[in-house]
Design a protein around this ligand. Structure first.
Ligand code: FES
Length: 56
């Protein structure tokens, strides 16, 4: 599912990025561009990040 329309980033891409070491929205933004344009994806991306970080 697409999370960030502006940059064409899917939830899978975000999960992969976290597996590769991203630990914050800043990391995700730097790596994938998530949240760096309209910002509408921030809440959803944050949710994925928090859920994934619980498992680490
Ligand atoms: Fe992610 Fe616009 S949808 S910055």
């Amino acid at each position: 599912m697409y999370i960030c329309i502006c940059h064409g980033v899917t939830d899978k891409k975000i999960a992969e990025s976290i597996d590769d070491g991203a630990r914050s929205m800043r990391d995700l933004s730097k790596e994938l561009g998530v949240g760096s344009q309209c910002g509408k994806c921030c809440n959803c991306a944050k949710k994925i990040l928090n859920e994934k970080l619980i498992d680490i």
